[in-house]
Design a protein around this ligand. Sequence first.
Ligand code: F0G
Length: 351
Amino acid sequence: MPAVPSLIERYAAHLPVTDRTPRLTLGEGATPLVRARALERETGIPEVWLKVEGQNPTGSFKDRGMVVAVAKALEAGARMVLCASTGNTAASAAAYAARAGLGCAVVLPAGQVAAGKLAQAIAHGARVVAVRGPFDAALAVVRSLAEQGEATLVNSVNPDRLEGQKTAAYEVCEVLGDAPDALFIPVGNAGNITAYWKGFVEATALGLARRRPKMYGYQAEGAAPIVRGSPVAEPETVATAIRVGNPASWKGAVAARDESGGAIDAVSDGEILDAYGFVARCEGVFCEPASAAAIAGLRRRARDGGLRDLRRVVCVLTGNGMKDPERARSLAGAIAEVEATPDAVRRALRS
Ligand code: F0G
């Protein structure tokens, strides 16, 4: 038994689990909520917190929902799970399927998945197929295969996924003693913003929070269907995790926005990469580019004066920066290689 109870055990009363649901776990959830002083100085907001979801077992928030979805699949007697993914869902599905002794198949948009995520899916023994087209095409394929009974679909269209993901909102309320004034979160297939909103609504009903936060979701400019109001056929962004043109939980995201009095906006790739470098260098937290969309959104909204009344905000850093080593490497030029002497190294450090 792990020192901290598993996510399913901790939140069993609020999840669609029964006594028969296997207590599957890799130690997911209970991720750090870290104070972000540099962002507080820059934005003028008294309290900025980072929910560091990259600390989950496979390095992203997906593990919260995946543990529930795979446990329920196991309970139902499934042999195999299936998903489409920009990378993180695939890594998570592959790991939990391996843990549960289930087969796993993942369908990816060809050439658009960060190296670390692909490595994870392969290492955990998933069958990997790449399709020509964006994530949305891959999702359409797996939905059709799942309807034909090939395997249990574990994308966020599976309601068990969102149930597990909502636990992050509970945790935020538990640690802060209330919900924040606003939550900043990247939006791709829109499951996570939908799940957080459900979690905050439930948290107020349960007495874990007195208020509900305004929900601020961020898409990348080249992949911003909700902001534009219509699907994007060929989504494009450096933040490949949120390169989604027709989000499955579109309605959930719009409801979260409207019921909370928040907004869903787009940030440019330049703003995303700037925020990505900033949190790594100034806060010591290394997230992936998609996660940095939330930080980019916070910085932009603060600059525009749209956050004056807010005292406490939380940004969700959805995935670990080590997932995408190539993007990280592009932050610096060539690395000096010198003789192994103190003098040579000192000279190189000073140049
Ligand atoms: N951040 C990261 C790191 C992600 O991997 C994703 C989604 C999101 C944000 C957006 O979350 O889809 O719930 O709105 N990744 C999915 C995947 C699409 O296949 O791994 P969302």
